[in-house]
Design a protein around this ligand. Structure first.
Ligand SMILES: Nc1ncnc2c1ncn2[C@@H]1O[C@H](COP(=O)(O)OP(=O)(O)OP(=O)(O)O)[C@@H](O)[C@H]1O
Ligand SMILES: [Mg+2]
Length: 264
């Protein structure tokens, strides 16, 4: 469904963030993209929906090469790709409901959205989504009154109300505590399953990725150095992806967290 062919990005500064990446993501598959800081994870996600312009290569979404689209075509194609960010990117002074509905901007046209007149069907869907993520009672709260986990749930609803085929998720849990991080990862992966959505989830927490996704892609210096099952990520493989680091220690720490959670 999504196919990256020789996808390359060299920034003006000369940084080679992606080096001829080839990657296939089948319909409905959720994968985690891991790798050290600067490996090119965000660049890859952003090149797919062209928030960053690729230098060369193709991004095939079904039969369309997104790198070839003009602004009208790109606007339509972006409806198919929901984006979820680390920093949530909510509009602080708007309500939860309004933030969710803003996900429909690609559909309703400028004036209707400016006047905030969304079709009733959109409003109904927003209520359904908020209910699904456990925030129905918060629909009228302002975004700046929410906790980090609640904000990310709103971000998830806003991405899903676009009715995308693919979710592009950049460090969804980086600002959250460990327990909330697990809840958010669980929610994202469950929603993908319910809706048959494919997703690429950038995540630096390896143990968290291993808990929730069936496929892990490891990026280092703009190249794919691992693509396989989460269980195949041996300490050696992790060292290959991240360089020298004490992985045993990281994993033990997560086990402790789990025990604390279980005891609660
Ligand atoms: N706007 C930019 N201009 C120039 N270089 C950039 C820009 N954005 C990223 N880079 C460079 O491209 C490389 C990849 O960066 P990217 O942000 O994609 O990494 P990342 O894997 O998402 O890292 P992190 O885990 O820290 O978010 C880095 O060397 C970075 O310095
Ligand atoms: Mg990043």
């Amino acid at each position: 469904m999504l196919r990256l062919q020789e996808l390359t990005k060299t920034y003006k500064t000369g940084d080679q963030a992606l080096k001829a990446i080839n990657l296939d993501v089948p319909k409905g598959q959720v994968l985690a993209l891991i790798g050290p800081s600067g490996a090119g994870k965000s660049t890859m996600i952003r090149c797919i929906n062209r928030l960053v312009e690729p230098t060369s290569g193709a991004v095939m979404l079904d039969d369309t090469d997104l790198t070839k689209l003009g602004s009208g075509g790109l606007r339509k194609a972006r409806r198919e790709m929901g984006m979820i960010f680390q920093e949530y990117a909510l509009v602080e002074r708007l309500t939860v409901m309004e933030n969710v509905l803003s996900g429909r901007l690609g559909y309703v046209g400028f004036w209707r959205s400016f006047l905030r007149r969304y079709p009733q069907s959109d409003v109904d869907e927003a209520f359904r989504l908020l209910d699904r993520v456990g925030l129905l009672h918060m629909a009228d709260k302002r975004a700046d009154e929410l906790s980090g986990g609640q904000r990310q749930r709103v971000g998830i609803c806003r991405a899903l109300i676009q009715n995308p085929k693919l979710l592009l998720v950049d460090e969804p849990t980086a600002s959250l505590d460990p327990k909330t991080s697990r809840q958010i990862m669980r929610l994202i992966t469950e929603l993908c399953q319910e809706r048959g959505l494919a997703a690429i989830i950038n995540i630096h927490d390896v143990a968290l990725a291993q808990m929730f996704v069936p496929r892990v892609v490891g990026l280092r210096f703009g190249e794919i150095v691992y693509d396989g099952l989460p269980t195949g990520l041996t300490p050696d493989k992790l060292t290959e992806i991240y360089g020298e680091e004490d992985w045993e220690a990281t994993i033990e720490k997560v086990d402790e967290d789990e025990e604390i959670e279980a005891a609660e």
